[in-house]
Design a protein around this ligand. Sequence first.
Ligand SMILES: N[C@@H](CCC(=O)N[C@@H](CS)C(=O)NCC(=O)O)C(=O)O
Length: 219
Amino acid sequence: MILYGSTLSPFVRKVAAFMREKGLEFDLQPTGFPNHSTEFCAASPFKKMPALRDGDYCLADSSAIIHYLEARYPTPELIPAEPQARGRVIWFDEFSDTIMAACGAKMFFNRIVGPRFIGIPGDQDAADAAERNELPPILDYVETMAPGADGYLVGDKLTLADIAVASPFVNLRHMSTELDKSRFPKTIAYVERILARPSFAPLVEKEAALLERTAATAA
Ligand SMILES: N[C@@H](CCC(=O)N[C@@H](CS)C(=O)NCC(=O)O)C(=O)O
């Protein structure tokens, strides 16, 4: 299978970590951003990453890809069958893809992607405003939901909910965004535990190395 995209995107990272939790082999191929490859365009009609190719089958959108993979490779189960648990897992995935991503994109695009990868300055005021006004209520919510030591967001084992919610925190880490230890202690411990998993840790390390190289070039 080919997964198109960069794991600097929280959507791509979510799918990559999900596939690694499933034990699936895949090639992670860059899209050629911003001048995308024809292979990627064929798989993603609106040129959004990620996209997947599995033989002749192509699919775009992180959640669509994840639901396809869950149906095709049911073990380990990462989206529970029990109705209420399933509903909660889908909620956390949506929360991550919409509410967290909207805030994260304003910060990460303006501070990192624009200046380092597209060559535009980025709107630093918009990034600062998102961090000041949009991020704290999101973190307050995660803090009320975050499980204690060894726990998970839904049920008693890892699900898509944990993968989806942890993924955008990597972008905060890449921006060295300080999380208040006294206000968000459960969130910090929980996210660190999920990101230390073998499904995430090597991805995060590679991203950090790439960002170090681009920082050196930009300097
Ligand atoms: N709902 C989509 C969102 C994908 C998305 O917005 N990806 C961003 C990267 S974080 C992208 O490709 N942006 C490029 C563009 O909009 O041209 C998903 O879950 O995959």
